[in-house]
Every structure is written in structure tokens, then in C-alpha cells.
Design a protein around this ligand. Structure first.
Ligand code: NAD
Length: 498
């Protein structure tokens, strides 16, 4: 039974208990229990309409022999409640343990990683006083699909998978996030000057979706210069949406330069389930001493409230928390003599936030969140007209001094006999036949592009005939890639120099 607020079951909707959104919580390890307790106290004082189911994750569960740090019965609770607030855990040292976060992210299809990085200068010391950005990283696709192959003695490859629905979902999420959080600009970062089809798809979908949000400014930057600008002038950015690998790197750059990792929360969002947590770890060095800063988990809890549609409570908490920072009431990690007013422990900090509920910061920008929560869905598009127009055959070849003309002429002859034409051969993407340059370095990995001699659409049996002929000619075929057009548009890249 789904129990999210927008889909309450009719038989229970009338009772008092179901007006509370059920949330799964885990106290975690190290400072986890202290900061979770602090966060729950503030949520309660702010009137957050939540109730909690507690699960155990982390060190003790790993030590019971569950290699991902989570017991089977906990999955059911996470899936039923759909919203999970998780304190940091300690990952045991040594081999054989899997990351709990990666396991949860992959198993529950949490496609978006959302990481705000903000400076609270001048109240908290920062090198970038104007920094206030959120990185929204695609979490499931790209090189992280983990499909790798070694194909020849010299060459290994990985598949970079970018999908239209996956791209649309994350990009739409970024714009909905911008709306919910009153952000003015979304920047997309890709390397589509090089990866025209994969990154190009992401960029194209970005332009399509952006057109539906005319009130939000949008721009695209090439990832290399974008990352450099992020490191040097983070105040230029507002919301950044990007692919998995780039997002992984950008998030760490942003955390590093924000200088306030102890204050940052992060969310992993899926269609069904979402997980919210602090960016920092379990800080075992300070556990149990009432000195930990609970802000990271508290900020994550406000992200959770916005996600499930309690923007008003999120606003109340965040503004009280900003006011506490502004009043100089600081835990040891951010306390600076001269800048701070009073050094406090976890409990006193929590109390100070509670006392300020209903107040707003006087100098820092107060937050306002749009009610309604964030939900996204990719559009269903008609399937385009797909035509099979050729094939790339990859060959492992280490003969004749790796002379491109030698392999080219032999393949040309084999192909001609079965109605195909060798269009070109590339080595590491550079055209080496026909008319290659003698300077080009050649490995043992040859990509040979064949087109039907009649120029018409082809079919799989004809490809099999071609592969048979190549095999008979003595070549070691290691893989093929079909060449398609979609609604007449080329669905494959050209070789350098083709
Ligand atoms: P850490 O973030 O726990 O600690 C780094 C430093 O920051 C320590 O000096 C710590 O005292 C301080 N610190 C962190 N959070 C703080 C807070 N809220 N208030 C005050 N000071 C704080 O990183 P670590 O030491 O590299 O990792 C410790 C453990 O946490 C490891 O087992 C690691 O695997 C785990 N970890 C878990 C998560 C997670 O659960 N999401 C994330 C990162 C690390």
C-alpha cells in the first residue's frame, strides 16, 4: 500500500495517524545517533507532520555478515515508506564490503543526486562568499553502467550509455528543483563538442526541456571550461545539471571549495523512493561528545520536507537555522573567535535553532520554497523510423607490420564478393584507410566500416554473410556495431578524416 501524502489509501485516510507522512530513519554510526536525535527534535518542534520507522544500517549490520550494511527486512520498510532519512555510517575497513549508498541507489533506481553547496559568509568563514549552487547529477547511466571489455591484447573499452528517458528525467528534475527552490538559472555541462551523439543527446534534451520553463534562464557550458569556472568563480552558478561522471567530479570540487562540508545535505531521488543524508561521514573521532554539528542532516531533512510537499515546514526550519548561524551560535567545527558569538555543543545548538523557529535571518537571504513537492516523468515519444544502413566490424589484427593498406585491400576484396563496400578503416578513431597518413600510430584494434554496395538499406542476414566472408579471409572479428539512421538522421559518428 502506498502511503505518500498524495496517494493515501481511502480506508485509512480519515484517521489521525495517516495525516503524518511515514519516514524511514536510520541512526547510523559515530555521530549519527546524536545528529539524528537533534534533527528529529527540530522537526518535531517545527511541527513537521511526520512519523518514523527506524531501521538499522551500518557497522553493526555489516558485522552481522550483511555485505552491504543493510538487513533484508529493512528493504521492505524503505520501499513502503518511500522516504528515507539516513545518518552517516561507518564502513568497516577491509575487503568484501559493499557501499550501502551505491547499493541503495542502484537497487531503488535513485536517478538523481542533488547536492547544494552554499557559503554562509560572513557568519561562517568561506573563500567564496557568494557561492550558492546545487549540482544535480544523473546517478545511473553514463560510464557507471560498468560495461567494460578487453577486446585485444592492447585495447580495452567501456560503454558510455546515455538514454533519452534518463536524460529527460534528470533534466526535468533540475528545472522542477529550480522552480521549487526559487532558483533563476540552470546550467547544463557536457562535452558534446567531442561526444556529439551521447553528450549531444543530453544537450539536445536539455534545450527541449528548458523551452518548457521560460521563467528559468538556461545555458550550456562545455564541461572542461565549466569545471574550471566552477573552481574559480562558483558564484556564477545556480543549478548545474550534468551526466554521472562529470557530476561526480563537480560535486567534489564544489564541496571542497565551499569549505562547509559539515553544513551540507544531499539527496538521492528516484521515481518512488528518495534518500536524504548529510554529505559528511560518521566522524568517529568526535562521536558521543556532544560536539558534532547536526546541520548537514538537518539541511538534508529540509530537502526531504520540500520533496514530500511540506515546503512551509522546511522554510520555517531553514530560516531558524540561518538565523542561528547568523547569531554566531556555532558548533566547534565552524566556530571562529571574532566571527562567532558562542561555541556550543550539539544539544545547545539544537535548542538555539528551536528557539528561533518562526524567525528569519536578518542579513543572510531567507529561503522561500514553492509548495507542491517535486515529481517528474519523462514523456512517451513515438518511435522514430529506424533504418539499418551499414556496419562497423572491429578486428584484432597484428600482421604485415600493421600496414593499413594491407588489411584494407584484403577486407575490400572479401567484402566485394558478398555485395559490401569497405568505406574506411580507423584506428583509435583516426582514419587510416584509404589515404591514411604514415605517421598515425596503429594498435591491434581496427574499426572497419562497411556499407552495402547497392547503397540501399541492409538487413541482418547480409551482415552475417559479410562476417562469414571476413572470417573466411582469416580475420579475427571481435565485435560489430550496426549503423542506423533515425528519421533520416545519422545515428553514428564519422571517423576522424572520414
Ligand atoms: P568524516 O566526514 O566522517 O570526517 C572528516 C572530519 O570532519 C573529521 O575530523 C570529523 O570529525 C569532521 N566532521 C565530520 N562531520 C562533522 C560534523 N557533523 N560536525 C563536526 N565535525 C564533523 O569523514 P571520514 O573521517 O573520512 O569518514 C569516517 C567514516 O564515515 C568512514 O567509515 C567513512 O566510510 C564514513 N562515511 C560515511 C558516509 C555516509 O554514510 N554517507 C559518507 C562519508 C564517509
Amino acid at each position: 500500500m502506498s502511503t505518500t501524502p498524495d496517494t493515501l489509501a481511502p480506508e485509512t485516510a480519515a484517521t489521525e495517524a495517516t495525516t503524518l507522512t511515514p519516514v524511514t530513519i536510520a541512526y547510523g554510526d559515530g555521530i549519527g545517533p546524536e545528529i539524528m536525535e537533534a534533527t528529529l527534535k527540530i522537526l518535531e518542534a517545527a511541527g513537521a507532520p511526520l512519523r518514523y520507522d527506524v531501521i538499522q544500517v551500518g557497522k553493526a549490520v555489516y558485522e552481522q555478515g550483511y555485505t552491504a550494511g543493510i538487513a533484508p527486512e529493512a528493504w521492505e520498510i524503505i520501499r513502503r515508506n518511500k522516504v528515507f532519512l539516513k545518518a552517516p555510517i561507518t564502513t568497516p575497513q577491509g575487503g568484501g564490503y559493499k557501499s550501502l549508498n551505491v547499493t541503495i541507489r542502484k537497487s531503488l533506481n535513485l536517478f538523481a543526486n542533488v547536492r547544494p553547496s552554499k557559503s554562509y559568509a560572513p557568519y561562517v568563514a568561506s573563500q567564496h562568499p557568494g557561492m550558492n549552487l546545487t549540482i544535480i547529477r544523473e546517478n545511473e547511466e553514463d560510464l557507471y553502467a560498468g560495461i567494460e571489455h578487453r577486446q585485444t591484447p592492447e585495447v580495452a573499452q567501456i560503454l558510455k550509455l546515455i538514454t533519452r528517458p534518463g536524460s529527460e528525467r534528470i533534466i526535468r528534475y533540475a528545472f522542477e528543483y529550480a522552480r521549487a527552490y526559487g532558483r533563476r538559472k540552470v546550467t547544463c555541462m557536457t562535452k558534446d563538442n567531442i561526444m556529439k551523439i551521447t553528450d549531444g543527446l543530453f544537450h539536445r534534451v536539455f534545450d527541449e526541456v528548458a523551452a518548457e520553463y521560460p521563467e528559468i534562464e538556461h545555458e550550456h557550458q562545455i564541461i572542461d571550461i565549466g569545471a574550471a569556472r566552477l573552481a574559480a568563480q562558483p558564484e556564477q552558478f545556480d543549478v548545474i545539471v550534468t551526466l554521472n561522471l562529470y557530476g561526480d567530479i563537480l560535486s567534489d570540487i564544489a564541496s571542497q571549495i565551499a569549505g562547509s562540508v559539515g553544513l551540507a545535505g544531499s539527496a538521492n531521488i528516484g521515481d518512488e523512493v528518495a534518500m536524504f543524508e548529510a554529505v559528511h561521514g560518521s566522524a568517529p573521532d568526535i562521536a558521543g561528545r556532544d560536539v558534532a554539528n547536526p546541520s548537514g542532516l538537518l539541511v538534508a531533512a529540509t530537502q526531504m520536507l520540500v520533496h514530500i510537499g511540506h515546503a512551509d515546514v522546511a522554510e520555517r526550519i531553514k530560516n531558524a537555522w540561518l538565523r542561528t548561524l547568523e547569531d554566531g551560535i556555532h558548533t566547534a567545527d565552524i566556530y571562529r573567535p571574532g566571527l562567532s558569538h558562542r561555541e556550543v555543543g550539539t544539544r545547545a545548538f539544537t535548542q538555539a535553532v528551536i528557539e528561533r523557529l518562526g524567525e528569519r535571518p536578518r542579513h543572510l537571504q531567507p529561503v522561500t520554497y514553492r509548495p507542491g513537492g517535486i515529481r517528474v516523468r519523462a514523456r512517451a515519444l513515438p518511435r522514430p523510423d529506424k533504418r539499418f544502413v551499414g556496419v562497423d566490424v572491429f578486428i584484432d589484427w597484428d600482421e604485415a607490420g600493421r600496414d593499413p593498406n594491407a588489411i584494407g585491400e584484403r577486407l575490400q576484396a572479401a567484402a566485394n564478393a558478398v555485395g559490401w563496400r569497405l568505406k574506411m578503416i580507423t584506428n583509435r578513431g583516426v582514419k587510416v584507410y584509404p589515404d591514411g597518413l604514415p605517421e598515425t600510430f596503429c594498435t591491434d584494434h581496427w574499426r572497419c566500416r562497411f556499407l552495402p554496395a547497392d547503397g540501399e538499406e541492409t538487413a541482418f542476414p547480409r551482415v552475417l554473410a559479410l562476417l562469414g566472408a571476413i572470417h573466411e579471409a582469416g580475420f579475427d572479428v571481435i565485435k560489430t556495431e550496426h549503423l542506423y539512421t533515425f528519421d533520416g538522421e545519422r545515428g553514428y559518428s564519422l571517423g576522424q578524416g572520414e
